[in-house]
Design a protein. Sequence first.
Length: 254
Amino acid sequence: MIDERPFSLEGRRAVVTGGARGLGLGMAKALAAAGAAVAVVARTATTVEQAIAEIGPKAVGIPFDVAGAAPMAELVDAAEAQLDGSVDIVLHAAGIQHREPAEMFNRDAWQRVLDVNLTAPFFLSQEIGRRQLEAGRAGSHIFVGSLTSHISVRDVVGYTASKSGIYGVLRNLSLEWSGRGIRANGIGPGYIQTEMTKALFDDTNRAQKILDRIPMGRYGTPEDMGGLAVFLASDASAYITGQLIMVDGGWSAS
């Protein structure tokens, strides 16, 4: 029988890290609009509460530092309790940036970038995936890559390392888990205007050079990520796994 609503997420439960602002908030809104119950994860209670107010009644909030000392089991336990059931979808949108020339790149900053952008997503997916595998449940794990998953950008060597690593993680999880019902894919944002990229866009000369290369003639927005997030979370993408799909206005093809 053909599924007449392949993009519907009704009855699904999702965890979105970094879901209180920027790309994470834009994608959390899209998942909720498609019917999913969404647990928004961010470091501070205030930002979590603000995000829930924006997303609406489908959202619950969990203040939690994904790169902190608390085990991921605590986060997943809290999500299952607030969502009243097991997690079907995890979307790893938490991310940080540090800009510094490679020869000067600070060791502590390097470690923090990798902890947030690479280590935390893997271990959260590991915890959720382990529970899904033990219960024989399907799942969709969605990672957030970057243009730097494929190319190099000046002064962000830690970010480039983390986003290159994310592409490797999602491929490996797909290899190991997709035959047991768990898909792993990634979204690769191009140049999106968010708080994290403010310093870049404040450099008007550099920002204009970037814009000149984007075939669509505009920068992206967090809302531009929502459709792909819903697609990868839903049954509409049931035969897609191990892929990092770029959402960059054509930048990487230009």
